[in-house]
Write a protein that binds this ligand. Structure first.
Ligand SMILES: Nc1ncnc2c1ncn2[C@@H]1O[C@H](COP(=O)(O)OP(=O)(O)O)[C@@H](O)[C@H]1O
Ligand SMILES: [Mg+2]
Length: 267
């Protein structure tokens, strides 16, 4: 089944004369697929993710998530929010709430019965390997642990789709590698559909079943590359010739982007 259908979506902020940020995006994502959205800063990745998550409306075109049209009204988009979990670069945890209480929050908001909430939240912390830290406040956790809490929070209400916007972009390289391994493990366990925004070619190839490359002016898809590396993938995959071949193909797609952008701005 199709988990996400993006049908001729375009977006501009402001009046009709304002520049197009996204132009005619078409993308279908089957259920359970891990898709990386790769592109340089400003090409519209966050905007596209926010439209898919119902946080922003498309100027034209339509989006379906889990077979449900997001529509254009606040109410229809709010309903769609039940189908998606978000993880942002900034963890957005409430500083006065413990790790556990942060994971409980969406369950409280969704009126999950009190008797069930705690068991669900504890199970999610276990999935991300943080059972021992459940009573800690965000400032008592490392950056990597905070992002893991954010993942547990996003998974807590069992959304069918996980939208991740450069979730590990602010972390050091080693923590990032560890979290990429963790995320792969969680994904293999949960089989969610994931859209993962990154500007790291390596991260995209390591994590994804499929890398969708975007370029700016207006934001559009310029390449769609299936990644056929066996899973589970270990860090050693980074040193293989297949991995290098994929990063080469994607670097090419991004370089081509830079060339067209230059032509665009010179015109
Ligand atoms: N709320 C907004 N109002 C006006 N322009 C915006 C808004 N959000 C993003 N933009 C513009 O849209 C373009 C794409 O931004 P964004 O989607 O954040 O790109 P990316 O995530 O790929 O870096 C940028 O030029 C940005 O300045
Ligand atoms: Mg962004």
């Amino acid at each position: 089944m199709t988990a996400i259908c993006i049908d001729h979506v375009s977006k501009r902020y402001g009046p009709p004369g304002a520049p197009l940020i996204l132009g005619d995006i078409e993308l279908e994502i089957p259920e359970g697929q891990f898709v990386a959205l790769l592109g340089s800063s400003g090409c519209g990745k966050t905007t596209l993710l926010r439209i898919v998550g119902g946080l922003e409306t498309a100027t034209s075109g339509r989006v379906e998530v889990a077979g449900r049209d997001l529509g254009t009204t606040a109410a229809s988009r709010r309903r769609a929010l039940g189908d998606v979990g978000f993880v942002f670069q900034e963890h957005n945890l409430l500083p006065w709430r413990s790790a556990l209480a942060n994971v409980l929050l969406p369950l409280e908001n969704r009126k999950v019965p009190r008797s069930e909430r705690r068991a669900i939240a504890e199970a999610m912390l276990e999935v991300v390997g943080l059972s021992a830290a459940s009573a800690k406040l965000p400032h008592q956790l490392s950056g990597g642990m905070r992002q893991r809490v954010a993942i547990a929070r996003a998974l807590s209400y069992d959304p069918s789709v996980l939208l991740m916007d450069e979730p590990f972009g602010a972390l050091d390289a080693q923590t990032r590698d560890n979290l990429n391994l963790e995320l792969q493990r969680i994904w293999l366990e949960k089989q969610k559909t994931v859209v993962f925004v990154t500007h790291s070619i390596q991260e995209a190839v390591f994590l994804a079943d499929r890398v969708v490359v975007m370029q700016a002016g207006p934001g559009r898809i310029v390449a769609d590359v299936p990644i056929e590396l066996e899973r589970p993938r270990g860090i050693d995959v980074l040193a293989t010739p297949e991995f290098a071949r994929y990063t080469g193909v994607l670097r090419e797609a991004l370089t081509h982007q830079a060339a067209t952008d230059e032509r665009g701005s010179a015109a």
